[in-house]
Design a binder for this molecule. Structure first.
Ligand code: CP
Ligand code: NVA
Length: 334
């Protein structure tokens, strides 16, 4: 028997604060249950006749495919809509498109630039809207990250996560709030130019305090990672910021995750893992890294026993499924 919280029915996920801490844990728990059920060969019908629109303004491998398979596994459907395919924002306002798609679909997952676009879709469509990444936040990623931590360490308790790199990007913003909500100590190691925005930091600090953990920001990554159990990084240049590539590489070189930095945790023999939301620049095998070689993480760390990045990417599917089921499923279909 699967369990999830009724309070999530019909709800949108704009950012992690859209859901209470209890609801956040319930998404992660449901994802673990759905994962076990799928491993046992069961494909359910929790999303039977539910149709989900996937509006993508930016590229995606994990979020797109996770959403399609999550819906399909449970008897639902998902339609991938990119900007050139639909009138969205060009010949039709976001408000009008939202009202049209809200009449046709049961839910909308949005990936794009502006957080306001995501919020407008939720405001005007009348159906649940899930943020699949904006310039500001990447909330669905964090459910997968924490499911991976829970699977690897057995629980989220007594855990310190050190994020190293661009401390103010969408993943870092959501990760900081996610740690605060789930009682994980958060350390951000970044140059002063890429510190978390004060407003976002203050908001997360308030939640962290309530949950008995702290948030710390370090310029020196070697000092910052001391005692960390999870080392996390993301690309140095997020989608839409490509013009800043040279400047970022210069600024973030000292923040590369290599074996020396993993060793600096003091936990090589203890509880330690490496996470990355992916895609990752860990070798020269991409068009983007042919000239530069590895950027935010070395191949040695990426391929090491500490790296759980492919569990993490698989967990995108199970956690997105949990989100869809929590928001859309009728209890009676269990
Ligand atoms: N981590 C993540 O969101 O990956 P995609 O960009 O491939 O969806
Ligand atoms: N910060 C990255 C995350 C990709 C999943 C980006 O926005 O490109």
């Amino acid at each position: 028997m699967l369990t999830w919280m009724d309070s999530l029915k019909g709800r949108s996920l704009m950012r992690l604060t859209s859901f209470t801490d209890e609801e956040t844990f319930s998404i992660i728990d449901l994802a673990a249950q759905l994962k076990a059920r799928r491993a046992a060969g069961v494909r359910g019908d929790l999303l039977h006749r539910k149709n989900i629109a996937l509006i993508f303004e930016k590229a995606s491998t994990r979020t797109r495919n996770s959403s399609i398979i999550a819906a399909r596994d449970e008897g639902g459907g998902a339609e991938y809509l990119t900007r050139p395919d639909i009138h969205f924002g060009k010949k039709e306002s976001v408000k009008d498109t939202a009202r049209v798609l809200g009449r046709i679909y049961d839910g909308i997952l949005f990936r794009g630039f502006s957080q306001k676009t995501c919020e407008d879709l939720a405001r005007y469509s009348g159906v649940p809207v899930w943020n699949g990444l904006t310039d500001d936040y990447h909330p669905t990623q964090i459910y997968a990250d924490f499911l991976t931590v829970k699977e690897t360490f057995g629980s989220l308790e007594n855990c310190t996560l050190a994020y190293v790199g661009d401390g103010r990007n969408n993943v870092a913003n959501s990760l900081m709030m996610g740690c605060a909500k789930c009682g994980i100590r958060y350390v951000c190691c970044c140059p002063k130019e890429l510190r978390p925005e004060e407003r976002i930091l203050a908001e997360a600090e308030e939640v962290a305090r309530k949950n008995g953990v702290d948030i710390r920001v370090f310029e020196d990554p070697v000092k910052g990672v001391r005692g960390a159990n999870v080392i996390y990084t993301d690309v140095w240049v997020s989608m839409g910021e490509e013009s800043k590539t040279a400047e970022r590489i210069k600024l973030l070189r000292p923040y590369q995750i290599n074996m020396d930095l993993m060793r600096a945790t003091g936990n090589l023999e203890g509880r330690l893992m490496f996470l990355h939301c992916l895609p990752a620049f860990h070798d020269s095998n991409t068009e983007a890294t042919r000239e530069t070689g590895a950027l935010e993480v070395t191949d040695e760390v990426f391929e090491s026993k500490y790296s759980k990045v492919f569990d993490e990417s698989e967990n995108r599917m199970h956690t997105i499924k949990a989100l869809f089921v929590s928001s859309l499923a009728d209890r009676k279909s269990v």
